[in-house]
Design a protein around this ligand. Structure first.
Ligand code: MN
Length: 363
């Protein structure tokens, strides 16, 4: 990313500071610091005031920060970053500091109040709003991340043979992610065979694949700081029964009915309801217990949430998932998920692979 992008973000943040009559914004969160400063490392602090931006880190990141962090006063601290920061806050006579309260722990919160006497003001919602609409550079990275994810999954399909374990198969997907230039997976890759697929967020085990098993794969790679998210449900050799075809078609038609109307200015709870209504109509509402989707960006789960309680308005540039599912305890489950970009007049699927029920041939 170039420094113009960070500059624009810092401007937007300063608007929030004005709105809340704060002298400064403070963050120790590597993700928010990356967003605002361009720094891709871990330990850092960012202090943004009305007339300067400070970036603090330690010796390990001296060279990296000098390359990545532009437009900030970079301070490399040899001792305690927090102490240096408190001294800086006091020397600048800062009185009201904006923070994301979920990203500052109680110890640091109390120390900040004791050492600086500054008032701490929570701007959680505004900060997440800042990141919610992705700029073109971010969209391009997420698009690439989605491509790598799909390529990786489909490159692994030939490994599906009787006896392969969920663990082994998920490890192969992670390996493909890295081979294709990703830094790893955005979350622990979920591979569930047979009855295990009824666990919406089950973990891969040493269960072996058998003919007639459901194969549920939920994964996404982590690429240039951004996440991607994809779920596909296949079967191996044969469908486990007509019940499975029923739930597969129900989930797929719920997902497609959402996509048929998805676009800007739709409310997240109304979008959620379309999928829920469609699944309820088949008498399986109670088997779809989670929300329809979530925002994807620097974090795998970020605003907006798409569920019955949410009420955000979708806007161009939002990247969200649409992932209805049906889970039948001790039998199996189906989830179908795409990562989708909201555009000016509709949406674009960033994961574009087929969703027709696929029976993987036995080999
Ligand atoms: Mn997801």
């Amino acid at each position: 990313m170039n420094s113009n992008i960070q500059q624009k973000r810092v401007f937007a943040l300063k608007d929030i500071l004005n709105q809340y009559k704060c002298d400064a914004f403070l963050s120790f969160c590597p993700i928010d610091n990356r967003y605002l400063s361009g720094f891709t490392g871990s330990t850092s602090a960012v202090l943004i005031t009305s007339d300067n931006c400070y970036f603090l880190s330690d010796f390990r990141y001296e060279e990296q920060a000098s390359r990545e962090v532009l437009g900030f006063s970079v301070l490399i601290v040899s001792g305690d970053i927090e102490k240096k920061l408190f001294a800086l806050i006091n020397s600048l006579k800062i009185k009201r500091i904006a923070i994301h309260s979920e990203k500052i722990n109680l110890r640091l919160y109390e120390e900040l109040r004791r050492e600086t006497k500054a008032e701490l003001v929570e701007i959680n919602k505004e900060l997440s709003q800042l990141r919610i609409a992705k700029d073109p550079e971010e969209i391009e990275i997420i698009r690439q991340a989605c491509k790598i994810t799909e390529t990786s999954v489909f490159n692994c399909i030939s490994l599906l043979k009787e006896g392969i374990t969920e663990q082994e198969f998920s490890a192969n997907i992670d390996y493909e992610f890295r081979k294709h230039g990703a830094n790893g997976s955005a979350f622990e890759t979920i591979v569930l065979f047979g009855k295990n697929s009824s666990l919406p967020h089950g973990k891969p085990t040493n269960k072996q694949l058998n003919i007639g098993d459901i194969i549920l794969i939920d994964c996404g790679c982590f690429y240039k700081g951004y996440c991607s998210d994809l779920t596909r449900t296949f079967v191996y050799g044969a469908v486990p029964g007509t019940w499975f075809v029923d739930i597969y078609e129900t989930v797929l038609s719920a997902q497609l009915s959402v996509l048929s109307i998805l676009g800007p200015n739709k409310k997240t709870n109304e979008i959620d309801y379309i999928a829920r209504y469609s699944i309820m109509g088949k008498g399986m509402g109670k088997n779809f217990g989670h929300g329809l989707g979530h925002g994807v960006g620097l974090e795998i789960h970020e605003p907006p949430r798409l569920n019955t309680d949410s009420s955000s308005l979708l806007k161009p540039g939002f990247v969200i998932t649409i992932e209805p599912g049906i889970y039948i305890p001790n039998k199996g489950g189906v989830r179908i998920e795409d990562t989708v970009l909201i555009t000016d007049n509709g949406h674009e699927r960033l994961t574009s692979s087929s969703k027709e029920l696929m029976v993987i041939p036995v080999q």
